[in-house]
Design a protein. Structure first.
Length: 500
């Protein structure tokens, strides 16, 4: 019997009522294993109503009450991390170790949320005028929504809802319809941890559900992670309806390798950053920029390492890379490789014909490596979101920086060098929101914020860290004057000396 994934509204499972369902496949076999209910406008409204009702009490709850729930949730999440990783592998396809890493990175944000009292301390200035004090505080917004992608079905939701609920908001999540089970399991753990009904809700679906969240008058803010075209749409639509928006878009992350770099370390980094999670990461390195005469040797070293990657089902401990999420996405990625030579690139490795014995119907693609890629090629210009690495050649450091800065994306970038002066110049001159120095995937730890520049981010706030706390709260300044008891009217003695 095919498994059915339903919504989570008001602290319990809510069966889909629209009659519309979407398929969820096992990427390793191509088989449909699950049906996920698609929400109607009315079902989205029910989730928002449950969240709005819960906010009347949760928004006024104490910091101690909120953090105690989150501490219990953290313990349960740690206890069930293998189970959640298995759900991710079954529906996304990534190998189990990678899925475990995703859960661990999500735990970082739960840790941050457990200590939210420090983030929400506020400020006080006394005696700004005679008898006058001024206090600045931050308060929750109300109902907030999150719309998350398929590539990190547990981590990206945890970039959002732990901080949101810790700040006193209630939350409606619309996870990817391609791998929804991990999010539903997180909802169950939140309920087990004692989160009041309605504080966290899930609606599944497509554009109908998304558009209703963007338009709903009771949704105060929207967080999104996904492709740039959709991020631009989310930002424009939600902003037009008066909502606060953080919309993280796509990327084309570059790794600049200088002639003095340790080429073995650079090749190791390029392979792990380009092909980990089958390249389905917004922080994947998809373009290596080789400076000077090192290009041939660097490509040789990358090829030697890439050819050894073991591709197979994510449930197999021997596998280092799994399949892509859907057949349609697999075919799209393959088309970039098939067309690369005609656009002037040298195809060093072509993974488009790869299959796995016993799993021939899975969404398989092998490792692809393209060299001497011109900036005019689609394989360079587009975010491929698959295991395809492009190598570009430039003559100087300045040429490399100019090439990277000309990209419309500005999510993450890295430099590999032994020269501290060059690294310092790079981190100041490069136009990207996250920079790695001899670190290929510079995803910040939980207490620093994640976000890009240019077409990689729409909105003013990055996600999690201090920006996350600010996004999910709004500031209020209170100016107070109280009469001194010594100035009480005559005839009333409060025991204070009248000496002024």
């Amino acid at each position: 019997m095919t498994k059915i994934v339903d919504h989570w509204i008001g602290g319990k499972t809510a069966e889909g009522a629209s009659g519309a369902y979407g398929p969820v496949t096992d990427p390793a076999t191509g088989e449909v294993t699950t049906k996920v209910a698609f929400a109607s406008v009315e079902e989205v409204d029910a989730a928002v109503a449950a969240a709005k009702d819960a906010f009347t009490t949760w928004g006024r709850s104490s910091l101690a009450q909120r953090t105690s729930v989150l501490f219990r949730f953290r313990a349960l999440l740690d206890e069930h991390r293998d189970e959640i990783a298995a759900l991710i592998t079954a529906e996304h396809g990534k190998v189990h170790s990678d899925a475990l890493g995703e859960v661990a990175r999500g735990l970082e944000i739960v840790d941050l949320a457990c200590g939210i009292s420090v983030q929400l301390k506020g400020e006080l200035s006394t005696q700004v005028a005679t008898g006058v004090d001024v206090a600045a505080l931050r308060q929750p917004l109300g109902v907030v929504a999150g719309i998350t992608p398929f590539n990190f079905p547990a981590m990206v939701p945890m970039w959002m809802f732990p901080l949101a609920v810790a700040c006193g908001n209630t939350f409606v999540l619309k996870p990817s319809e391609k791998d929804p089970s991990a999010a539903v399991r997180l909802a169950g753990l939140l309920a087990e941890a004692g989160l009041p009904d309605g504080v966290f809700n899930i609606v599944h679906g497509d554009k109908v559900a998304v558009d209703r969240l963007l338009e709903h008058p009771d949704v105060r803010a929207v967080s999104f992670v996904g492709s740039t075209p959709v991020a631009r749409y989310i930002h424009a639509t939600a902003s037009a309806h008066g909502k606060r928006v953080q919309a993280l878009g796509g990327a084309k992350n570059h790794m600049l390798v200088l002639p003095d770099a340790d080429l073995d370390a650079a090749a190791d980094a390029a392979v792990s950053a380009a092909y980990g999670s089958a390249g389905e990461r917004c922080m994947a390195i998809s373009a290596v920029v080789a400076v000077g005469a090192i290009g041939d040797e660097l490509v040789r070293k990358i090829r030697e390492r890439a050819e050894k990657i073991r591709i197979g089902p994510g449930s197999d401990p021997a596998s280092e890379m799994g399949p892509l999420i859907t057949k349609a996405h697999r075919d799209k990625v393959a088309a970039y490789v098939s067309g690369a030579a005609a656009e002037g690139a040298e195809v060093v490795l072509d993974g488009t014909g790869h299959t796995v014995e016993g799993h021939e119907n899975g969404h398989w693609i092998g490792i692809s490596l393209l060299d001497k890629v011109p900036t005019s090629a689609k394989a360079y210009q587009d975010e491929i979101f698959g295991p395809v690495l492009s190598v570009l050649r430039v003559g100087t450091y300045e040429d490399g920086v100019a090439l990277i800065n000309a990209s419309p994306y500005g999510n993450g970038t890295a430099i590999f060098t032994r020269d501290g002066g060059a690294a310092r110049r790079f981190q100041l001159e490069i136009e990207a929101g996250m920079v790695g120095v001899n670190v290929p995937i510079p995803v910040p730890v939980g207490y620093h914020s994640f976000g890009g520049w240019k077409d990689s981010l729409f909105g003013d706030h990055h996600i999690y860290g201090n920006d996350g706390t600010h996004f999910y709260t709004r500031g209020k300044v209170v100016t107070t004057r109280w009469p001194d008891p010594a100035d009480a009217p005559a005839g009333v003695d409060l025991g204070f000396p009248r000496n002024h």
